[in-house]
Design a protein around this ligand. Structure first.
Ligand code: SF4
Length: 505
């Protein structure tokens, strides 16, 4: 029997075990609603988010709060996690490759002293996935220590880094985030307020960041506002997080979003908001609402669950299909499927059952076991599917390969007709602002017509939501979004040959 098995490692090496007491908060953390992105943790090939950031100022349990905050933001990055704390005099840090509970345990958190903290979960979109690129990135300069956690991609990173290197800066990582710290360090003698303003005036692209010195926390967001960032309060202390779901988990009160272009300095004297940029149109990433953010978060002033339901409703209006039932591939498309079924009257069924306990490592049979990789995570229910006309409600198609495998398993389970409706238009252009499809080659709809994509996946029909339909469903004004991966109109042009590894020279 042993010969029939081979050990197949998916994802990343684990740095540490997580055998520690799971307290009440931990229990609550694991009970948080599933997200469309959780499938990524089971090696799905959907698009990956850049990162999640979290910060605490003025709370004695800063490290543990950050741990829980990162736990809630795990869907935004699964490659590495890190927490840096400050007592006001000394800095403590721990980072590692892997998921939050794999990187941290109770003794480690107990050693992270201080009333301030900054935390990060990473999926690499600039720089390789290696330990030295784990964040928060920490550097000591002229007697000050700086720690930064960054979500997004800088679009002029190569040019700014080359300028800094010519002036003598020595970089430790291949991440664009380190550039911000170098720019800041060069101007520290002018005071932190002016240093941060000078730093952000030299960078372009997407950045939602939390930066910490020994005694202050700074949250800042690019003027376009690509990625979300919010401010909360807990027991008189301040919390900064990528999404509101992280505030919910620790019972923090949501105060407001960090505004696009805002630099918010949080210190003993309270909040100091600086807005150094002239007013410009915001270009929120619409794909956060469609796919990335957790459905229980509110971002860009909208509840993500409600938006996804409205996307499904729009799909039903645009494509009145006759079918026996509609279904999502859980958890992708769950909320759009609810909206689609409620609006169309087509009943909803769960034609596949998700195994919630598939980790990132499992033993796969060497001898071919048909569709094993798909079925171990999503097993089709033959009794539901057999001889049925099925509508799959999906949130996106990026490479198409996962959809292709899944449709094969549905056919194998006897589905008679399989139609797919997608709650956004085709992805035809790469993203340079912090999502992991930065080249056209990664996008099936870039080089293929809808008919060709339909044939590749093995569908009877394929319908994408229209751009106006998608915008209407968001409930926000039309020109407030980045739509570049759909229409090719980039709010900020990236440098030539921009790629994930462009700083690895
Ligand atoms: S290109 Fe697409 S994924 Fe990237 S920021 Fe714009 S809308 Fe979001």
């Amino acid at each position: 029997m042993a010969n029939d098995l081979r050990f197949r490692i998916f994802g990343l090496r684990l740095e540490e075990s997580s055998e520690w007491g799971i307290g009440e908060k931990m229990k609550r953390a694991t009970e948080q609603p599933a997200t469309s992105n959780e499938q990524q943790m089971t090696n799905d090939h959907g698009p990956k988010e850049a990162c999640g950031v979290f910060g605490v100022f003025g709370h004695d349990d800063a490290a543990k709060l950050t741990y829980f905050g990162l736990y809630a933001l795990q869907h935004r990055g699964q490659e590495s996690a890190g927490i840096v704390t400050s007592t006001g005099r000394s800095i403590h840090e721990h980072k590692g490759m892997g998921l939050v509970p794999e990187v941290f345990n109770e003794p480690i958190l107990d050693g992270l002293h201080g009333h301030m903290a900054v935390g990060h979960v990473r999926y690499s979109t600039t720089g390789s996935s290696i330990p030295k690129n784990a964040q928060p990135f920490v550097v000591s300069y002229a007697g000050k220590t700086l720690a930064i956690a960054h979500n997004g991609n800088l679009t002029n990173a190569r040019q700014v880094r080359r300028d800094l290197e010519r002036k003598g800066s020595i970089f430790q990582t291949t991440m664009d985030s380190e550039i911000i710290v170098h720019l800041l360090a060069r101007n520290l003698e002018r005071g932190i307020d002016e240093a941060i303003v000078r730093a952000v005036s030299q960078i372009q692209g997407a950045y939602s960041c939390v930066l910490m010195t020994e005694d202050i926390l700074i949250a800042f967001r690019d003027p376009n506002g690509f990625r979300p960032l919010c401010l909360g309060m807990l027991n008189g202390g301040y919390i900064v997080a990528s999404e509101t779901c992280a505030l919910d988990l620790i019972d923090a009160q949501y105060l407001r979003d960090i505004e696009p272009g805002e630099i918010l300095i949080i210190g003993k004297g309270g909040l100091n908001s600086i807005r150094p940029f002239s007013q410009r149109e915001h270009t929120f990433c619409i794909f956060e609402l469609i796919y990335f953010a957790r459905p229980d978060s509110n971002i860009f002033g909208q509840n993500v669950y409600a938006v996804r339901k409205r996307l499904g409703k729009k799909l039903a209006e645009e494509y009145p299909l006759e079918a026996d039932f509609a279904m999502p591939f859980p958890d992708s498309g769950n909320y759009a499927a609810i909206g689609f079924c409620q609006a169309s009257g087509v009943p909803m069924e769960m034609g596949v059952i998700r195994n919630h306990y598939v980790g990132r490592t499992f033993i796969e049979p060497a001898q071919s076991m048909r569709d094993f990789g798909v079925k171990v995570k999503l097993n089709p229910v033959r009794e539901i599917l057999n001889q049925k006309r099925v509508v799959i409600v999906e949130d996106s198609i990026i490479r198409g390969t996962t959809s292709n495998m899944r449709i094969k398993t549905l056919r194998g389970a006897g589905a008679k007709e399989i139609h797919m409706v997608v709650s956004c238009p085709p992805h035809r252009y790469p993203c340079y602002y912090g999502i992991d499809f930065s080249t056209k080659g990664e996008l099936i709809a870039c080089k293929h017509t809808v008919e060709e994509v339909k044939n590749f996946i093995g569908l009877d029909s394929l319908c994408y939501l229209s751009l106006p339909g998608m915008l209407e469903a968001t409930g926000l004004k039309e020109n407030g979004f980045c739509l570049a991966c759909f229409d090719g109109k980039y709010p900020i042009q990236p440098e030539e040959d921009f790629s994930k590894l462009c700083l690895e020279y």
